[in-house]
Design a protein around this ligand. Structure first.
Ligand SMILES: *[C@@H]1O[C@H](CO)[C@@H](O)[C@H](O)[C@H]1NC(C)=O
Ligand SMILES: *[C@@H]1O[C@H](CO)[C@@H](O)[C@H](O)[C@H]1NC(C)=O
Ligand SMILES: *[C@@H]1O[C@H](CO)[C@@H](O)[C@H](O)[C@H]1NC(C)=O
Ligand SMILES: *[C@@H]1O[C@H](CO)[C@@H](O)[C@H](O)[C@H]1NC(C)=O
Ligand SMILES: *[C@@H]1O[C@H](CO)[C@@H](O)[C@H](O)[C@H]1NC(C)=O
Ligand SMILES: *[C@@H]1O[C@H](CO)[C@@H](O)[C@H](O)[C@H]1NC(C)=O
Ligand SMILES: *[C@@H]1O[C@H](CO)[C@@H](O)[C@H](O)[C@H]1NC(C)=O
Length: 422
């Protein structure tokens, strides 16, 4: 292609590079030796100690430091760390390939070049896709940690997982033994308490592994302060004096003072639309209440951000109510039933009136109808017409009966008046 045009370009570049290197060596800059014997070991269940030996022939003027990078699944973490110690400690995930590369540098010294990188890797063990997934933990009431997870997609359905945990202060990793499986979700609960004065909690290392080599282990580091969930407030009590309501509930026994705040859902009977009152204490007073209303309350606790970086709430407490409500249901029932009764009785009355009208003013027979009936009876079979139209026949019967009775009553009345006249 465009070889002749492109060819002159690299030459000056190469020359420049060569010149820089030559100048460097001419000025006495030397390339440092790389660290040797790069290796790793586990300190705790999920903590790795990468170690190496210092390079040889380091001049006394060199302020030697090691820079190291981590590459997880082929992606550099972009977080170079410099240290004077020939080791680096870090959390391991175990379900991903992890490489560490390290080189030696003379810091603040432009007379020497950094060494070339040396690299070693930690490969995951087990079959891909068998490691536990969706691990999440909640620290309940500063008393116990509850962790849940699901089996990996490639794990057989009868896979048993076991959780181990460790934190700074525990001599050895511990196995979590209070575990259960519910609808494919594993849960394990372990006790986790610290003295009340503690304000800095150590990170909790959690390791989940299967009971066979095929199951890939997985590690996670959990910061307990972000996982704090207080216990549900108990013993909610409500009292009323004049136009004030006082609410009280039990104080937490496990939280340090002033580390909890409370949300009181209040007032309406329907708490879903009620308003929320915030309280820093385990009590709250509400003024200006309506004596004729019923008030319902529930409370939940929330860790304060001064103490814990946790967004978890406690569950809502049981609901407590006070006051009597004018029974509005009676009004509602009345509002609905009165018009209903009126409507129904109107209809009944109308129907009755219509019937009365028939009685008082009998319908004038339509001559066409009579003619039609006469000819109809001649032409058609009367039985079949009754079958075809039984309702008409029935109506006709009633009307005829009524007419007969009317005639009867009229005649009897006329006879009685005649009698009186005599
Ligand atoms: C790394 O250390 C382990 C023991 O912890 C040892 O068996 C292994 O040979 C070492 N590897 C190298 C490359 O030194
Ligand atoms: C890591 O290993 C090195 C060399 O064995 C040791 O000096 C260092 O104390 C270890 N680091 C920790 C945190 O154990
Ligand atoms: C260290 O320097 C000595 C002499 O100064 C030399 O004999 C030796 O080969 C050097 N070692 C390395 C690893 O370069
Ligand atoms: C090293 O840096 C210093 C100043 O930072 C400069 O005076 C000196 O010439 C540099 N030496 C080389 C070999 O580049
Ligand atoms: C499950 O195993 C298959 C082959 O063994 C692999 O291709 C797949 O990526 C694995 N699934 C997961 C989630 O790793
Ligand atoms: C899991 O544990 C149960 C009971 O402890 C056992 O019957 C089952 O075989 C185990 N599953 C595997 C894959 O080992
Ligand atoms: C296991 O956890 C449940 C739920 O928190 C608890 O009720 C039970 O006492 C625990 N059992 C043991 C042996 O710790």
């Amino acid at each position: 292609m465009a070889v002749p045009a492109a060819a002159p370009l690299p030459c000056p570049l190469l020359l420049a590079v060569c010149w820089v290197v030559a100048a460097g060596t001419a000025a006495g800059a030397k390339i440092l030796q790389s660290p040797s014997n790069l290796n790793y070991s586990f300190i705790h269940i999920c903590t790795l100690n990468w170690t190496w030996n210092p390079p040889e022939n380091i001049s006394s003027s060199c302020n030697l430091e090691y820079s190291s990078d981590i590459i997880t699944n082929g992606v550099p973490e972009d977080r170079t760390v410099w240290s004077k110690n020939p080791f680096r400690v870090m959390d391991a995930q175990l379900n991903e390939e992890m490489r560490l590369r390290v080189r030696s540098e003379c810091k603040n010294d432009n007379t020497s070049e950094p060494s070339s990188w040396v690299e070693t890797s930690l490969l995951p063990e087990g079959i891909p896709g068998t490691a536990a997934v969706d691990l999440s933990c909640v620290w309940h009431n500063l008393e116990y940690m509850a962790c849940t997870w699901r089996p990996g997609k490639n794990a057989s359905s009868d896979t048993n997982y076991t959780l181990f945990y460790w934190f700074d202060g525990l001599e050895n990793p511990k196995k979590c033994s209070n575990s259960s499986v519910n609808q494919g979700i594993f849960e394990c609960i372990f006790s986790l308490t610290f003295p009340k004065v503690t304000s800095n909690y150590p990170a909790i290392s959690v390791l989940i592994r299967g009971d066979s080599e095929e199951i890939m282990p997985v590690c996670a580091s959990k910061n307990p302060t972000t996982l704090v969930k207080p216990a549900t407030p108990r013993q909610l009590s409500v009292s009323k004096t004049n136009d004030r309501i006082d609410l009280k509930w039990s104080e937490s026994e496990t939280f340090p003072k002033n580390c909890l705040q409370y949300e009181v859902k209040c007032c309406n009977d329907d708490l879903d639309t009620g308003r929320i009152i915030l309280s820093e204490m385990n009590s709250v007073s509400i003024d200006g209440i309506d004596a004729n209303s019923k008030y319902t309350f529930k409370v939940r606790a929330k860790p304060k951000w001064d103490c814990y970086n946790s967004d978890f709430h406690s569950d809502w407490s049981e609901e407590k109510s006070i006051g009597e409500k004018r029974d509005s249901t009676v009004y509602v029932v009345l509002i609905i039933t009165i018009p209903l009764v009126v409507a129904v009785s109107t209809i009944v009355l109308l129907v009755y009136l219509k019937r009365l009208k028939i009685l008082i003013l009998p319908p004038i027979p339509d001559p066409r109808e009579i003619l039609k009936r006469m000819f109809g009876e001649q032409n058609e079979d009367s039985q079949s017409s009754a079958k075809d139209d039984p309702m008409n026949g029935f109506d006709r019967l009633i009307i005829e009966e009524e007419i007969n009775s009317l005639i009867l009553t009229e005649t009897s009345e006329s006879t009685s008046t005649e009698k009186e006249n005599r």
